[in-house]
Each structure stands twice: as C-alpha cells, then as structure tokens.
Ligand binder design. Structure first.
Ligand code: 9Z3
Length: 325
C-alpha cells in the first residue's frame, strides 16, 4: 500500500515539475513550422507503406543540450557530446529501411559527413580559376557519397532534420515529435542518444543581462531537469519502442543506473556506455539480459553503431510482432 502511495506521489510530483518546466520555458520561435514539417513527414510515412503496413519511423536524438546562464545568453553550460553516435546510427537506420527524425544539436556531427575532414568547406574545395570552385580530388569520393546519400534520404522524404541548442528547445521539440509519432503505434521508435543536461537554471530565476564579474565569485543554484522519459513512455507515445542511453565514467555505477532506467522509466532497452570506451563497446540492457556489443576490430573503419543498430532493429521487429500490428 505504501509502495503504491509512494509511486502515486512520485508521479504527481513529476507531473508538477514537468508542467512548471514547460510553462516557464521560453516559447519555441518556430513551433508552427516544426509542427507543419512533422505532420507532413508522418503523413508521408504513414501512407507510403508499400505492403499496407506503416513504415517504421525512429526519432534519433543527438548531441548535447546547453543550459543558458543568462536570458540574453552570453554564457552557458555544455557537455562533451559530438553527435557522432546519433549521426552514425541515423545512417544505419536509413539503410535498414527506417525513416528518421534527426533531432540534433546545431553544429554537431551530421549523417553522411563522418568521413569528411573537420572543416569540409575549406579542406574539400579548391579555387580552380577566377570563377570556379572544384572538389579537391583527395576528398572527391567522400564528398560525392555524402551529397548523394544525404540528398537521396531527404528527397525521398525519409530524413527530417530538426535542430536544437538549449535544454528548453530540446525538450519542447521532443514532446512535439512524440505527440506526432503517436499515430504510428508500435512502428515508432525513440533512440535517445542526446546527452541531456541534468541541471538547469529556470527561466524565471535567470538574470536577463550578462552576469558581471565585478560582483565577485558566482554562486548559482541549479534546479533538476525533470525526467521526461517516464511521460514519454506513459503519455506522449505509449506504444513506441523506447531506447535510452546511460553514460557514466564508472562501470559499476553505469550498470546499476542502466538497470534502474530500464525499470523506473519502463524503457525497452538501455544502452550503457562508458566515456572512454564508448566508441569500442556498449552494453545493451533489456528485460532479457545484458549483451555487450563491440566494434569489429578486424574491420578497418568499423564502428560500434553498425552491430548496435542491427540488434535494435531485430528487437523492434519482435516488439512489433508481439504487439500484433
Ligand atoms: C550517450 O550515452 C551517447 O551514447 C553519447 C554519444 C553522448 C556518449 P557522442 O555524441 O557520444 O558520439 O560524442 N548519451 C547519454 C544520454 C544521456 O544523457 N542520458 C541521461 C543520463 O545518462 C539519461 S536520459 O543521465
């Protein structure tokens, strides 16, 4: 009885925190445009089904959210995420026949651009004469591949890219995406690889102007970002297959936390990774146990996302079959 009461109390507090987070967030500037793009994308994927089944759609989140310290933001808290995992996973999902909504941090790694140099504009192109620019032959193959694969996914309507910067933008757009994907039932998937801030400064308590250094050392109290995973599962898109990520720097804490996320937020899979080894291996935790997924070290240029997406797609197929759609 006490357990039920505790869980009801937890839910109630969470809903209050989430409401207050959204009510006090600065409104999204382009909400109508985002909703229009989402509606069009979902509609196309809903009706483009060749054999009368809804096409599978995955929302891949990628990169880190920022936490502004001033309303007219000069300074912000950020994290290390490069967006590589989200970009690579997007490519493998598209290859596996999924349509992808890529919710990414502005300026982070993009699908099909992983094999390009860091500054592609300056490094891939040369001025050939007064009025022409050409591709540097060293990068020609990579540039051709990136452009053709990217354009093909966008033109076919299989890739929708939506950018965010702050934690406020990220969570508001994630909610819009989830509500629009509801109609896809179990064909929808969330693959939440973005590194989401745990702490933030609520908008109404945030100073408007740049914090002045002459005021001396800075004391600042950060509030906890409410955990949206449980409302995503319970209310926003209850039929969707949900995969969250857990990152830690200590293996023991990592597995405990991954187990906890699986149970507490009712995730279908949790991908656990350690900061230093995240490009070599990840541990996938689900109700049927733990599986370690490695990059194929014998294959030059291989990555851990390739076997990871294979596993995720298989599990999603079983889920769709079990849910009878
Ligand atoms: C991850 O663990 C991602 O795999 C990485 C990918 C951020 C490590 P990169 O972008 O790295 O390729 O450089 N994401 C962490 C997701 C996250 O923040 N999870 C929250 C947490 O750990 C729970 S939702 O507390």
């Amino acid at each position: 009885m006490d357990e039920i009461k505790d869980s009801e109390h937890f839910q109630e507090t969470l809903y209050t925190e989430i409401k207050s987070f959204f009510d006090s967030s600065p409104p999204l500037k382009d909400v109508d445009e985002i909703n229009r793009k989402l509606e069009e994308f979902i509609e196309r994927n809903y009706s483009s089904s060749e054999n009368k089944t809804t096409r599978r759609v995955v929302c891949v989140t990628s990169g880190g959210t920022t936490v502004p310290l001033e309303q007219r933001c000069v300074r912000y808290i950020d994290n290390f995420s490069s967006g590589h995992r989200g970009a690579a996973s997007t490519e493998y999902f598209l290859k596996a026949g999924y349509s992808v909504i890529f919710l990414y941090r502005r300026g982070t790694c993009q699908p099909y651009c992983r094999s390009l140099p860091d500054d592609p504009l300056l490094e891939c192109f040369d001025i050939t004469n007064e009025s022409n620019i050409g591709v540097n032959p060293v990068h020609a193959e990579a540039v051709k591949k990136a452009i053709s694969e990217h354009h093909s996914a966008v033109i076919k309507g299989n890739l929708l890219k939506l950018p965010f910067t702050t934690i406020f933008e990220y969570l508001q757009i994630l909610q819009l995406i989830a509500l629009s994907m509801r109609s896809l039932g179990s064909s929808a998937m969330f693959y939440l690889a973005a590194a989401v801030s745990d702490f933030y400064v609520p908008w109404e308590t945030m100073t408007v102007h740049k914090i002045q250094s002459r005021s001396g050392p800075l004391d600042m109290r950060l509030a906890q970002v409410p955990k949206m995973l449980s409302v995503l599962r319970k209310d926003w898109a209850p039929m969707a297959f949900c995969i969250s990520f857990k990152l830690e720097t200590d293996t023991k804490i990592l597995l405990e936390k991954a187990d906890m996320a699986l149970k507490k937020y009712k995730m279908h899979m949790v991908v656990a990774n350690e900061l230093l080894t995240r490009k070599e291996e990840v541990i996938v935790v689900s109700r049927s146990g733990k599986i370690t997924v490695h990059r194929d070290k014998n294959q030059p240029g291989s990555d851990v996302e390739s076997p990871l997406i294979k596993l995720v797609v298989d599990r999603h197929s079983e889920y769709i079959k079990d849910s009878g759609s």
